[in-house]
Design a binder for this molecule. Structure first.
Ligand code: PEP
Ligand code: MG
Length: 358
């Protein structure tokens, strides 16, 4: 077995020396980060912060926050969540040291956090000291027919800016903490599901204003604020966005969903039949659809790089670990691909093969 491991690392090392694209990992926990580094990940390309709130000790303040009616209540729940977030980031920064860490601010539809069982409803009504009727009324107000196309991503930050402000405070406080250990983290704060220039500008200004007010030594922290590109509209305004954003990362899960108009959660149901009729060769979520999604990516990259040739652009959707997509990203001159830890060796090999092929 150890011979095989040696050979595995030898191939990884060759590939690493040949490839041009950076390969990062999608990682939400310190354990993910350790694993990715063992496979030579060059940083974190996507840390989905919402995953950090599902742990039992955090889900309740999260639920309180979502159901709360006033800003004061929301802020008090967020204060409870902040130490957890800060600690998460301290641990991640300690592992990644100076390698880039891309932290994606809260994205999912809020209902994913909500209580569903009668016991959970009871517990929340007790915790919040509100009647069951009041709780149910508030929950009803949060309901959406199409949550994946609804109140999620940066839209949360426009309606509840305090969520992203808390997350950014936790990031900066964690960075200040690890600086005491001589670690200077390389932080990318990423805003999801941006569709318009004004959304991004509004949120970025709020974040920066808050950070400047709170941390006089913020200048010592190496952080950037960028956006995901995961909607067709965002591809079309990429050039304008690049004047305000520090980097882009393609979220091809949502970009594929919104370009095809196929739900990423239910897509499997008819794709098999499409394959039988040769209408599609495979699920468009598996590998980049060059004609449509790929073309939108190309529009975004070309229009941005025409004026700013060094603008940093990566990809962090599931396709970031798919060899065909990696070849496409290499040819588009992206800076990096990011994928889950277990796919990193394949991604490194694919990145090397793409360079050789070119
Ligand atoms: C994406 O949409 O491709 C992405 C990486 O974000 P998420 O899967 O978390 O929506
Ligand atoms: Mg997405």
């Amino acid at each position: 077995l150890s011979d095989e491991i040696e050979e595995f690392y030898e191939i990884l090392n060759w590939s690493k020396s040949i490839k041009k694209l950076s390969v990062r990992m999608n990682a939400d926990t310190p354990e993910d980060c350790q694993r990715g580094l063992r496979y030579f990940a060059e940083g974190v390309g996507l840390c989905r912060t919402e995953h950090m709130f599902f742990k039992t000790n955090r889900i309740w303040p999260m639920r309180e926050m979502i159901v709360s009616d006033t800003l004061e209540e929301r802020k008090s729940s967020l204060e409870k969540l902040k130490p957890y977030q800060k600690n998460d980031f301290i641990e991640i920064f300690k592992i990644l040291k100076e390698k880039p860490v891309n932290i994606r601010l809260l994205d999912p539809p809020l209902h994913e956090f909500l209580p569903t069982t009668p016991e959970e409803l009871q517990k929340l009504s007790k915790l919040m000291k509100i009647s069951m009727a009041e709780l149910k009324y508030r929950l009803q107000k949060l309901e959406e027919h199409n949550p994946m196309l609804g109140h999620r991503g940066c839209r949360l930050a426009v309606t509840y800016p305090e969520i992203y402000l808390m997350q950014c405070e936790a990031i900066i406080e964690a960075a200040l903490e690890v600086k005491k250990l001589n670690i200077n983290p390389n932080i990318e704060i990423m805003i999801p599901l941006v569709a318009t220039f004004k959304e991004f500008q509004f949120i970025k200004n709020k974040i920066e204003e808050n950070l400047m007010n709170l941390y006089p030594n913020i200048k010592d922290i190496n952080y950037k604020i960028g956006t995901m590109i995961e909607l067709p509209r965002t591809c079309l305004i990429a050039n304008k966005l690049s004047k305000e954003a520090d980097f882009f990362s393609f979220g091809t899960n949502d970009l594929t969903q919104t370009t095809f108009g196929i739900s990423r959660d239910d897509s499997g149901k008819f794709i098999e039949e499409y394959k039988e009729h040769h209408i599609l060769e495979k699920s468009p979520f598996e590998s980049v659809d060059i004609e449509g999604v790929g073309e939108l990516m190309k529009i975004a990259v070309d229009s941005t790089r025409k004026e700013n040739p060094n603008f940093k652009i990566g990809i962090c959707g599931e396709q970031g670990g798919d060899p065909k997509t990696i070849e496409y990203c290499h040819n588009l001159n992206l800076n990096y691909v990011s994928c889950s830890g277990f796919r990193i060796p394949i991604a490194i090999l694919a990145a090397a093969q793409s360079n050789i092929k070119k």
